[in-house]
Write a protein that binds this ligand. Structure first.
Ligand SMILES: Nc1ncnc2c1ncn2[C@@H]1O[C@H](COP(=O)(O)OP(=O)(O)OP(=O)(O)O)[C@@H](O)[C@H]1O
Length: 670
């Protein structure tokens, strides 16, 4: 087997024998077609293809040799391996994994005793040849009601405190006697309860972790026997047993979610959803070998559970893993910091953008050299940690850019950085640690970060650049770079084809005013009318309207008699005197148009509003309610647009004096 390419994820299905106590013999719902080559099965016209499909006639030895032995070989070469049995209750998971009470008959021995036996044989053979000094030891835990129990410990029924069971008992294994002790202790202490479907149903998930440790690697192999998936009603459980069932299903659901997330290439895997996945976190990574054994029932009454077990297997086939041999110290780093990869990747994502490599060639060689050790560490950390294929692809892209781009918080620049159209002054260092970068933005964050000369106040244009630079820094780098001047020469622009950032920023069209359209319209109207009416802001709406009416009345009177404004209402003329002198002069050019002119403008503007306003905007006009606004829009769409206000006045929507009120409220005087 050595040297043979073993697929990282393998799914096998095993059919259980008929359950005797059901008392009847019926044809199995599972068919193994001859064309399936031992890999396919058909259940009620649903076809499934896996790596192996074992009928109930296949014995323990054949199953072990085909499915588990290659995994054991990988384990002995230093890989992380997991063999996991899942399926409905009573379908032979514990039997297959060898976690049921030890059977005297050798043909019934399950995975665990067989693989421990093989591992011990292999290690002792090597030790005899003085080739190796591999130590083997194993732990046996169970997860019951969302609590982990150390079955080899002195208090097997007291939950362990450590969330990942790092401190559970590990028995050294050097002989068959040790092996027997381990199996006896574990299976004796494991919780079992008779249910309607299984006379000795395991009520917990069992995880046996075998460690092989030598001078070069520390590999792990998990043999997992999940508690059966079960419909709580079918098992006939009540009380505590019912709660057990709920927790069992919770664990199974969470493992399902973990596998789905890994298969989908998500960067965040929900390991923490249950104790089971937390314990298996170190093994269910993209760098492990995974083998699933789906145990199914031949009975028609179990059809739905059988189909759901097979569907889970089909989804797990989508997993794409890239196992790697894990060196002893690296493995512990990976195991202890499973999230480091994500941090590293996200920081890298923040600093490197597509196209950065083509523009960053002018980073000085000296700094590339200084950055290399750190770049290597980063690369190593990435490779040590499990990566989904998608993340791996991304990481590879990033690593290709590594030599010529900035590393987070590491490089002291002395040359010109062209990559982001920024120049970094030689004797100014990069800003320290990125933790500064993710503070909540405050006004201080946007004050120029300057050293030396740039602390001096400068011309407005320079200040403008400085104000931009911290923002740009946050976007492009995970580290701060002080004193970036964002100017790039025309030649650099021509070479890179990238416009300098400050130019882009300057030329970027101003974002639309954050005010709502109706408010903008209203303010435009107010501005227009403010040329002819006094400043009456900050007054209540009723009072404002009254003032407008008074003022317009004064203008009308004025044009009929004198060319200057006559104070018909003292408030109407007193207000402008409160305005500043500049405002008066600015307005004086436009002020005092004839009333006709003002009215014509006002009508025109008002008509525009009626033609362009939506329902909400129309309703904001004085004298227009929801119904009128709706009728107006209907007529408008029917007519195309209103030609003049007389046409609006002639619409059949105005009842009684409603037009007069509307006209008066809006100073239309029609
Ligand atoms: N392939 C098989 N050959 C012979 N006996 C089997 C086989 N599979 C299962 N059995 C028997 O079926 C019974 C139930 O098996 P087992 O307890 O392993 O099921 P399980 O899936 O672990 O159930 P649970 O999830 O409830 O613990 C056992 O008595 C076991 O010996």
């Amino acid at each position: 087997m050595e040297g043979e390419k073993l697929s990282a994820v393998r799914i096998a299905v095993r059919e259980a024998p008929f359950r005797q106590f059901l008392g009847r013999r019926e044809p199995s719902i599972v068919e193994f077609p001859p064309w399936g080559d031992g890999k396919s099965l058909v259940v009620e016209q649903n076809e499934f293809h896996f790596d192996h499909a074992f009928p109930s006639t296949v014995g323990q030895d054949e199953m072990y040799q085909t499915l588990i032995l290659p995994l054991v070989e990988k384990f002995l070469q230093g890989y992380q391996c997991t063999a996991l049995a899942y399926g409905q209750t009573g379908t032979g998971k514990s039997y297959s994994m060898g976690m049921a009470s030890p059977d005297k008959k050798p043909e019934h021995l399950g995975v665990l005793p067989r693989c421990l036996g093989d591992i011990l044989d292999h290690v002792s053979a090597k030790q005899e040849n003085q080739e190796d000094t591999t130590q083997v030891y194993a732990s046996f835990i169970e997860i019951y009601n969302e609590k982990a129990y150390d079955l080899l410990g002195s208090q097997p029924h007291v939950p362990t405190v450590a969330s990942r069971c790092q401190s559970c008992t590990c028995l050294p294994l050097s002989s068959q006697k040790d092996l027997q002790t381990l199996l006896q202790l574990g299976t004796r202490n494991r919780r079992v309860r008779p249910t309607n479907l299984n006379a000795s149903s395991s009520r917990s998930h069992a995880v046996v972790t075998i460690h092989a440790r030598n001078s070069t690697f520390h590999s792990r192999m998990n043999v997992v026997d999940l508690a059966g998936s079960e419909g709580v009603r079918r098992t006939g459980n009540e009380g505590v047993a019912r709660q057990e069932g709920v927790n069992i299903n919770l664990g199974l659901l969470s493992i399902n979610k973990v596998v789905m997330s890994m298969a989908a290439g998500h960067s965040v895997i929900p390991y923490r959803d249950s104790v089971l996945t937390t314990v298996l976190q170190e093994s269910l990574t993209a760098q492990s070998f995974l083998t699933f054994l789906a145990c199914i029932s031949p009975h028609r009454c179990d059809l739905s559970e059988t189909l759901s077990t097979l569907r889970f297997g089909t989804s797990a086939k989508k997993l794409r893993l890239a196992p790697m041999q894990v060196a002893r110290q690296k493995q512990s780093l990976a195991a202890r910091t499973p999230h480091t990869f994500r941090q590293v990747l996200s920081s890298s994502t923040a600093i490197k953008r597509p196209g950065a490599n083509q523009n960053s060639h002018s980073v000085s060689n000296m700094h590339i050299e200084s950055a290399k050790p750190l770049a290597n560490i980063l690369q190593r950390t990435r490779s040590e940690l499990g990566m989904t294929p998608k993340a791996k692809k991304r990481a590879r892209e990033l690593l290709q850019l590594e030599d010529t781009t900035l590393e987070p918080s590491t490089i002291v620049m002395s040359d010109t950085l062209v990559g982001f159209n920024g120049e970094i002054n030689g004797d100014q260092q990069l800003m320290p640690p990125p933790e500064m970068e993710y503070r909540q933005a405050s006004s201080q964050d946007f004050t120029p970060v300057c050293n030396s000369k740039q602390d001096e106040p400068e011309k407005s244009s320079t200040i403008h650049q400085s104000v931009i630079s911290p923002t740009v820094r946050c976007q492009l780098f995970n580290t701060s770079i002080s004193s970036i001047s964002l100017g790039a020469s025309r030649i650099q622009q021509d070479i890179s084809g990238i416009q300098p950032i400050e130019e882009i920023l300057e030329q970027r069209p101003q974002p639309p005013c954050p005010l709502r359209r109706s408010v903008r319209l209203a303010s435009t109207l107010r501005q227009e009318t403010s040329d002819a009416i006094p400043n009456i802001t900050n007054l209540r709406r009723s009072r404002r309207l009254a003032e407008i009416r008074e003022h317009v009345a004064s203008v009308v009177v004025n044009t009929k008699s004198e060319p200057t404004v006559i104070a018909v209402n003292p408030r109407a003329v007193v207000r402008p005197q409160q305005n500043t002198r500049q405002r008066e002069t600015a307005h004086s050019r436009k002020l005092n148009p004839s009333a006709d002119e003002w009215l014509a403008n006002h009508h025109k503007y008002f008509l525009d509003l009626l033609n362009s306003g939506n329902l909400k905007e129309l309703q904001k006009m004085p004298g227009i309610g929801p119904k009128t606004a709706f009728s107006l829009t209907l007529h408008r769409s029917h007519l195309g647009c209103f030609q003049d206000l007389d046409q609006v006045k002639g619409l059949p929507i105005w009842r009684g004096t409603s037009w007069d009120r509307f006209s008066q409220a809006n100073c239309l005087h029609i």
